[in-house]
Design a protein around this ligand. Structure first.
Ligand SMILES: O=P(O)(O)OC[C@@H](O)[C@@H](O)c1c[nH]c2ccccc12
Length: 291
């Protein structure tokens, strides 16, 4: 048999294979039943990630920023050489971030669970656990770490998996960032039950090729806005849409605002500087000035 391109696992497939192994090892060390018992005993309140984004609509000129704490990525290698997650969390909060996103994946992003725990200890901002969720076990783990929002990447989940992880996250009181990159992923995402806990993320980066284009958000957002507008007239559940990846300038922000996108997930632009908080502050200031 000849080798075709599709025989070579993509980065996303490799990441998912790693996650399967990680979950297997974690379950061997602590059973799912024991992990669930820890969750039941913890019963810690969540900080309202979706609510913080909704509140941003009336602050910061209607701009809600999810500021990301990310040391490295498969496409860029090391982004921040002086990585101090707790300090960055404090800086981001002071600079006006609405929420935080913390990479916990070790093998591909040089993240760590402890980074999220540290950020939660020093900051009152709600936190997204940025990792690749494939199993309920990880949802319970995220809860214990103190995550307020779970990332569900449609590209690495089938319909049954995503339904299960979505329902469990909400049952535990967490919000859910449902990430899409294509129209077919978006159509699948729209099959999930509607909830005020849902946040829809359009990722401008293709997780297989790493190509980034803001056009992805512009191409998909109308379909999303129309589908969500059809079933809500209640401001408490105003649909939340986040544009993710490749946002660098006030021009990028204003382009999105002009298309009714008010929420932004931004990592590299801040993390590549010595003072990520300052980078966030100047971006927010330049949007305000330019308006
Ligand atoms: O660093 P950027 O280009 O500002 O992007 C941030 C965020 O969108 C990106 O880290 C991301 C979006 N979805 C993901 C899924 C997995 C890992 C990482 C991501």
């Amino acid at each position: 048999m000849t080798t075709t391109h599709s025989d070579i696992p993509s980065v996303l497939q490799r990441i998912v294979a790693t996650k399967v192994e990680e979950v297997k090892a974690a379950r061997a060390a602590l059973s799912l039943a024991d992990l669930k018992a820890q969750v039941a005993a913890a019963n810690k309140p969540r900080r309202g990630f979706a609510a913080a984004l909704r509140a941003a609509s009336t602050e910061n000129n209607g701009v809600g920023i999810i500021a990301e704490i990310k040391k490295a990525s498969p496409s860029k290698g090391i982004i921040n050489h002086n990585f101090t997650p707790a300090l960055f969390a404090q800086q981001y909060e002071q600079a006006g971030a609405s929420c935080l996103s913390v990479l916990t994946d070790r093998d591909y992003f040089q993240g760590d669970d402890t980074y999220l725990i540290q950020a939660a200890n020093v900051s009152s901002l709600p936190i997204l656990r940025k990792d690749f969720m494939i199993d309920v076990y990880q949802i319970y783990q995220s809860y214990l770490m103190g995550a307020d929002c779970i990332l569900l990447i449609m590209a690495c989940l089938d319909d049954t998996q995503v339904q299960e992880l979505h329902a469990l996250s909400i049952e535990l009181g967490m919000d859910v960032l449902i990430e899409v990159h294509t129209q077919s992923e978006l159509e699948r995402a729209l099959q999930l039950p509607r909830s005020a806990h849902n946040i829809y993320g359009i990722n401008n980066r293709d997780l297989n090729t790493f190509e980034v284009s803001l056009q992805t958000t512009l191409d998909l957002k109308n379909l999303l806005i129309e589908a969500l507008a059809a079933d809500t007239d209640d401001t408490a559940s105003t649909p939340l849409i986040v544009t993710e990846s490749g946002i660098h300038s006030s021009d990028d922000i204003r382009l999105m605002l002009s298309h009714d996108i008010q929420h932004f997930l931004i990592g590299e632009q801040f993390m590549k500087t010595d003072h990520p908080g300052q980078a966030l502050q100047s971006l927010l200031a330049s949007v305000a000035v330019d308006e």
